[in-house]
Design a protein around this ligand. Structure first.
Ligand SMILES: Nc1nc2c(c(=O)[nH]1)N[C@H]1C(S)=C(S)[C@@H](COP(=O)(O)O)O[C@H]1N2
Ligand SMILES: [Mo]
Length: 398
């Protein structure tokens, strides 16, 4: 392992040396000047990676698009490639007239304009967001061929906004208030009940910033709820109302959807936290290794319970495991990147990873998950995801 690493560094140094010497020849300054500045940037025309879109038929605008995890660098997803999940399309909201109403069991109901909200001291947090339905089919044995298809309802972002607790305090909470219904301004008025003790956690944000600029329309412009580590659905977009109540509202998204039917026939509700999970993104399904020898296996790990403590990789179909290197920064409830140097000898190999979070929870195998949860519900699926590297170098789902 150490030796292949050294060789890799030697190789990359060699590449740098070639580039430098050709540059040092001098005299080959470009003869025409380059393109002009532009007020808003776009990527190089050669760069083509995209979200993959899946429309659902439940109602117009319903569907999802997936982040190309196999092609992303680091732990921040560009806003233009953040996954999307809409239950009735993307509403067009004018921030100049949008307001957030806070009412119900409060001392004084208040409506905040966007300007009002931006006057509170802002905080920024890097976190992952994952749909509770990411990989929903894997529990019952449907394995998409690429990591974008299997894990792409996952992204990492720096969100900026105001702690919900700060704004709730302005309205004053009545002692009977125990839940907070957060409602969106989209056509379906998507709404989720959040336990008040969670809503008062300072990490829960009314976010208006995404990676340094305003939220993208598809990610909730101009205002959304961000609950680090909780299932994507509770992160209500296009937020227009917070209703303080004594009981949960039993909205359709917490009764008809996002509940888990257990083997005994009972449905579990309010399963909020996303448990620890990891996946190899390179090499992954649909990619191809074109040479034997050194390859760096890289991937992502994340947990709704805090920090990732350890990622292990197996390159022999789960027989043996070795520690991967976690890359800094290792932030709570954020994507954590890992790497593992591997010498591929050209034989067929099954590669996979598993993670442990700071609570000591170890990511389960699919079999272990099914033994506990049965096959009725595939939400919150976090089983291991092996990839097969064939002797041809082609990588497929294993
Ligand atoms: N108002 C509203 N909020 C919403 C949704 C929606 O359809 N409407 N989708 C939810 C779901 S299921 C998820 S996974 C996340 C997706 O956020 P994103 O589209 O920014 O990735 O938003 C949640 N918030
Ligand atoms: Mo979701």
């Amino acid at each position: 392992m150490a030796r292949s690493r050294r060789k890799f560094i030697a190789l990359s140094t060699g590449v740098t040396a070639v580039a430098l010497s050709s540059c040092n020849k001098g005299g080959d300054e470009p003869s025409t000047s380059g393109a002009n500045m532009r007020p808003y940037g776009d990527r190089a025309p050669q760069e083509k990676i995209q979200r993959t879109i899946r429309e659902l038929t439940a109602s117009p605008g319903t569907g999802s698009s997936r982040t190309p995890l196999q092609d992303i660098y680091g732990i921040i997803t560009p806003s233009s490639l953040h996954y999307e999940r809409h239950h009735s399309g993307v509403p067009a909201i004018d921030p100049a007239t949008h307001s957030l109403l806070i009412h119900g069991l409060v001392d004084k109901p208040l409506a905040f304009t966007m300007d009002d909200i931006r006057r509170f001291p802002a905080v920024s947090r890097i976190i992952f967001l994952e749909c509770g339905g990411n990989s929903v089919g894997e529990q019952s044995g449907k394995f998409p061929e690429t990591v974008q298809g299997s894990h792409g309802l996952l992204s990492g972002t720096q969100w900026t906004g105001v702690p919900v607790s700060v704004v709730l305090r302005e309205a004053g909470l009545k002692p009977e208030a125990k839940w907070m219904l957060a409602e969106g301004a989209d056509a379906c008025r998507m709404a989720r009940s959040i336990p008040l003790d969670k809503a008062l956690d300072p990490e829960v944000l009314l976010a208006y910033g995404q990676n340094g600029e305003a939220l993208r329309p598809e990610n909730g412009y101009p205002l959304r709820l961000i609950i680090p580590g909780w299932e994507g659905n509770t992160n209500v977009k296009w937020l227009r109302r917070l209703h303080l109540t004594a009981e949960p509202a039993m909205s359709s998204k917490e009764t008809g959807y996002y509940t888990e039917l257990r083997p005994d026939g009972k449905a579990e509700m309010f399963t909020f936290v996303m448990e620890a999970r990891s996946v190899i993104t390179r090499p992954s399904g649909g990619q191809k290794l074109t040479s034997h020898g050194f390859h760096e296996i890289t991937g992502l790990a994340w947990t709704g319970r805090g920090k990732i403590r350890q990622v292990e990789v197996s390159v022999d179909n789960g027989k043996t495991w070795a520690d991967a290197e976690l890359q800094e920064p290792i932030l709570p409830k954020a994507l954590t990147a890992f790497r593992f140097p591997w010498r591929w000898d050209g034989e067929e190999a099954v590669i996979q990873c598993r993670c442990t979070d700071e609570t000591g929870y170890l990511q389960p195998t699919r079999e272990e998950l099914i033994a506990v949860r049965g096959l009725n519900s595939g939400y919150h699926y976090n089983g291991l995801r092996p990839w097969r590297v064939k002797a041809t170098g082609e990588v497929e789902s294993a």
